[in-house]
Write a protein that binds this ligand. Structure first.
Ligand code: ZN
Length: 673
């Protein structure tokens, strides 16, 4: 029930480690500036120009609504964040001193990191940033500049307290603290609780739960829990409650968008969301998500609201986020084609007929184009969405599972100039092949994995779905991956027009084996084993095939100038090995063979060769790649006639990172300091 597949930027790059510095698409600039551990990227909103005026207008209002909640997220991430942002931006825009000084240079990097994290803690690691400039310089500079603004002088009186928050490493250390044995609520710097202990918060919400309710609401998702006059109580986030100024503006924008919605059902979705923002009623929220999950006909869709619970150590409170998007019809055709042929794939798979489904239904995963990212999806973002969160809503009313095609493409394109392929792919010939077919076959592999792989096969009667226990998720991911690997090379894909020729699959085979045997190790700390299920599954598949194909030299690890490379000598035999392992993994799953699952995972998926690991880490480090990536949004401009009616909406990609952040702070500042 993960809401959104939050992905470290690097993960996406590792999924398709591509070759060759020449990006195919020269006209669009996917990479922008780099600072600290961050690389800024841009995404292209392909297809926007082909939308109707009505659709463009709908998106125009929704993308404004997507930014109007920005301050909510900043405040959720920490109670000093909005004031700190105001002070930092005042210094940044009005500083008259030496901008080449060490203090100012470090200050600029600090501000860019704070912008990126929507607060003073790292967006991923949650630790507080260490300012690289002096506290004395900061306080003096801020005092001088703030004093010039009548409306900001109140901040001067708070400067010492704020500087303490920024500079003292011993207070508000982590945004979210999950360390066992501590009071997670008191020790987390996020702003979801005030004056309450973890035990008080847990008692408060446990008292609300009714275990016999088959349709429980998500208690606590839209409020701050505080203690006032000795009493624990909720401050709800509603148009006339906490965050009311921001929510009122979001509601007004949603109502401007409403007439341009694509159908009546979508208008009902907007109405329900507005009702929820006004009342804060959690049953209304469930009703809204049910309407939203069922509204699948429109091209355009959006998320706007309290969604992610990662920022709350107790996992109850939801951070605000938004994405505006529209269906990528071309890519969605791909997943629909696979879904339509689901039975053919099931019937022809290399697994024992006893483990096959008589009737299989493919999942028609939708591919979308992001048009705007906001709140907790900006600048760091997800590449897939799976909502709503509520278990019973998902079970009884379904959910939407989408992948965001243009963000994945941006990651892939940006990775092409990174030198990664040049370092790890064995030859120019293979690099060219990966360059030509890598993106396409990687997308297809993901589609096969998601639309068909997970849904294929069946358990034998009487087998408990939990019998593989801790090995269950690795085996399940391996099953879906192998289904994809086996079929990405099938002539059926050529026949269905999903690949241009019978050679394309080799790009996926090469990158998959390279990743599983070598390059995914860059994400493991020296001395550690592989823990994460997807990584274990890739290691399992790659090492098993490597070993089983050894006698016939199917896949080799070759050394050149002290560097290890993957070489595939026989792609067809490799496919046979994938098929054999798929049959075995399906048997293990269908029979619930715990001992076999344990042996496969422990022997092939967990251990790391320390010498090879060191080599891969050293080679990767030399590439000096930013571990985290995020996106600068496009800018939409409404073209209006003399009466003020929108007659067109244009999109541009030239706004810089700092300029965008400053503009958002100007145009979309919704909360008081
Ligand atoms: Zn999966």
């Amino acid at each position: 029930m993960k809401t959104i597949l939050k992905m470290m930027a690097m993960t996406a790059m590792m999924a398709a480690p591509l070759a060759n510095a020449q990006a195919q698409d020269q006209k669009f600039n996917y990479s922008d500036e780099r600072f600290a551990d961050l690389q800024m990227l841009r995404y292209e909103v392909k297809g926007f120009d082909q939308l109707t005026l009505r659709q463009k207008t709908f998106i125009y209002y929704l993308q404004e609504a997507a930014q109007l909640g920005r301050d909510i997220l900043w405040d959720q991430n920490g109670k000093y964040n909005l004031r700190i942002r105001k002070i930092l931006e005042t210094i940044y825009t009005e500083y008259q001193g030496d901008k080449t000084s060490a203090d100012f240079q470090a200050f600029e990097v600090y501000l860019k990191r704070v912008w990126f994290s929507n607060g003073i803690h790292h967006h991923y690691g949650c630790e507080k940033f260490e300012p690289g400039f002096s506290r004395a310089w900061f306080v003096q500079t801020a005092k001088t500049l703030l004093t010039r603004h009548a409306d900001l002088t109140f901040l001067v009186a708070q400067l010492d307290e704020i500087a303490e928050v920024m500079f003292n490493p011993n207070i508000l250390q982590k945004r979210v603290n999950l360390a066992e044995g501590q009071d997670l609520v008191l020790t987390s710097a996020s702003n979801y609780y005030d004056g309450v202990t973890q035990a008080e918060a847990e008692d408060f919400y446990n008292a609300m739960k009714d275990p016999s309710d088959p349709h429980p609401v998500m208690f606590g998702m839209n409020s701050r829990l505080v203690k006032r006059d000795g009493k624990v109580q909720e401050l709800r986030w509603t148009t006339d409650g906490l965050y009311g100024e921001a929510l009122t503006k979001i509601v007004a924008k949603l109502e401007q968008a409403r007439p341009f919605a694509e159908d009546k059902d979508q208008q009902a979705v907007i109405d329900k969301l507005v009702e929820f923002y006004r009342t804060g009623d959690l049953h209304t929220f469930d009703d809204y998500t049910i309407l939203w999950a069922g509204n699948t006909a429109p091209l355009i869709d959006f998320v706007n609201g309290f969604t992610e619970c990662y920022g709350d150590p107790l996992g109850l409170k939801c951070s605000w986020e938004s994405i505006v998007n529209f269906k990528d019809l071309e890519a969605t055709k791909r997943t629909e084609t696979l879904s339509k042929n689901a039975q053919w794939f099931e019937d022809h798979s290399p697994v024992d007929p006893r483990f096959k489904k008589d009737k299989v239904k493919g999942i028609s995963a939708k591919v979308i184009t992001a048009a705007m990212l906001g709140g907790d999806l900006y600048p760091s973002t997800a590449i897939g969405i799976n909502l709503p969160n509520s278990d019973w809503v998902r079970k009884e009313h379904g959910s939407k599972s989408v992948t965001i095609g243009n963000l994945t493409e941006a990651y892939n394109q940006a990775a092409k100039g990174s030198g990664f392929g040049k370092e790890f792919v064995i030859s120019q010939e293979v690099r060219d092949m990966v360059d030509k077919y890598g993106d396409l076959t990687d997308d297809l592999h993901t589609d096969l994995h998601e639309c068909l792989g997970h849904g294929s096969g069946r358990l034998l009667d009487g087998v408990d779905s939990d019998s593989l226990k801790a090995y269950g998720s690795t085996i399940e991911e391996a099953r879906a991956d192998l289904f994809g690997l086996y079929y990405v090379a099938d002539a059926k894909l050529v026949e269905l027009g999903l690949v241009p020729d019978a050679e394309a699959y080799k790009a996926q085979y090469y990158t998959y084996m390279q990743n599983g045997l070598l390059t995914q190790l860059v994400r493991i700390q020296p001395g550690n084993n592989i823990e994460e299920a997807h990584m274990r599954n890739r290691a399992l598949i790659a090492h098993w095939c490597y070993e089983q194909g050894r006698a016939e030299n199917v896949v080799e690890l070759v050394k050149r100038d002290g560097k290890t490379y993957v070489q595939i000598n026989d792609y067809e035999k490799l496919r046979t090995l994938f098929g054999r392992l798929l049959a075995e993994i399906q048997r293990v799953k269908s029979e619930g063979d715990y001992a076999a699952a344990q042996a496969l995972v422990e022997n092939y998926g967990v251990k790391v060769d320390p010498v090879l690991h060191r080599e891969v880490l050293d080679r990767y480090e030399k590439l000096n790649l930013a571990p985290y990536k995020g996106f600068i949004n496009p800018v939409y401009t409404a073209v209006r006639d003399a009466q003020g009616n929108i007659i067109d909406v244009t999109v541009s990609y030239t706004e810089g990172y700092a300029a965008q952040m400053l503009r958002y702070s100007r145009e979309f500042a919704t909360l008081p300091l």
